[in-house]
Design a protein around this ligand. Structure first.
Ligand SMILES: CC(=O)N[C@@H]([C@@H](O)[C@H](O)[C@H](O)CO)[C@@H](O)CC(=O)C(=O)O
Length: 305
């Protein structure tokens, strides 16, 4: 894993699910096999851990530390980068997790906007991010923009204004929004050493056209090899092939959305496809009925032969 400035984060980044036991405790034993699966079967070299897909908001600080530690340990020498999401409602908890991420050799940290007491201006949000980045100044820092979930209405473009003056370790944005005007403006105002990572998997091609350097998402856990082909096709100018793969992902997700796609279903789909033992999600996310996941997995295999 690389120190600040050595390694611009590009390509696919899988937002990992958190392995739990059937009793709902974190299951560190499954992390090694999970990493091997991502590398060997999906061609994934970067992971984003303890994010939305990883149910970070439902985990305790102690659990998040144990998980981050294990992901970094097991990824060492195998993965290119492990980005640890350290965002919390409490600034103090985030700072504790950021310090910890630096101690365990994470490649970078990301922070989402707090969503209970919401920052109402870009300035307040930047200051919140700065106070976290300041306790781990050697770690590349990414702002995690997820407006549909946080309901924080500040455009990402405004958050980026003069941000490197406050956060010298600032290295980019994980942009999980569908406002392509805002995303385009983030790209156009970014210096070359920042990574603009698009986070709406079903619209990745649009993000690439606007200049995304990579993508972070949940579906890359089980579709990494196909979406790597999409990126390669895009890079060689083969838009027909790139579109065709994007349409396959859209077909799968629109089928799943009609049935009721949520994190529980997404996790179960990963279990069905990978054979990994990731356990149930944690309440309030409900486990997905088995038959239901089987149906979506069948669709997956039909679309991605
Ligand atoms: C709201 C949400 O969970 N978005 C996902 C997407 O990968 C999403 O699952 C996918 O586009 C399907 O809608 C990621 O952006 C989230 C993510 O990267 C994370 O786990 O932090």
């Amino acid at each position: 894993m690389a120190p600040v400035d050595d390694n611009k984060l590009t390509g696919l980044v899988a937002a990992t699910f958190t392995p739990l036991t059937s009793q709902g405790e974190i299951n560190l034993m499954e992390i090694g096999p999970y990493i091997d699966y991502l590398i060997e079967k999906q061609g994934i070299k970067n992971i984003f851990v303890n994010g939305t897909t990883g149910e970070s908001v439902s985990l305790s600080v102690a659990e998040r530390k144990s998980l981050a530690n294990e992901w970094c340990l097991k990824a060492r020498g195998k993965m290119d980068q492990v980005i640890v999401h350290v965002g919390c409602m409490s600034l103090k908890d985030s700072q504790e997790l950021a310090r910890h991420a630096a101690q365990i050799g994470a490649s970078g940290i990301a922070v989402i906007a707090p969503s209970f007491f919401k920052p109402s201006t870009a300035e307040v949000l930047r200051t919140f991010l700065q106070e976290i980045a300041a306790v781990a100044p050697t770690l590349p820092f990414y702002y995690y923009h997820l407006p549909a979930v946080t309901d924080v209405k500040v455009p990402a473009r405004e958050v980026l204004q003069n941000i490197e003056k406050l956060i010298p370790s600032f290295r980019g944005v994980k942009f999980s929004g569908s406002d392509l005007l805002d995303f385009g403006q983030c790209v156009s105002c970014s210096p070359p050493h920042w990574s603009l990572l698009y986070g709406v998997d079903e619209q990745l091609l649009a993000g690439l056209v606007l200049g995304a350097h990579g993508a972070v998402g949940s579906t890359y856990n089980y579709l990494g090899c196909h979406i790597n082909n999409l990126i390669s096709a895009f890079n060689r100018g083969d838009l027909i092939q790139a579109r065709s793969i994007q349409f396959q992902l859209q077909e799968l997700l629109s089928y799943a959305i009609k049935l009721g796609f949520d994190l529980g279903v997404n996790k179960q789909l990963m279990i069905e496809v990978s054979g990994l033992s990731l356990g149930p999600p944690r309440l309030p996310v409900r486990p997905c009925p088995h038959s239901y996941a089987k149906e979506i997995a069948h669709k997956y295999h039909t679309i991605f032969l």
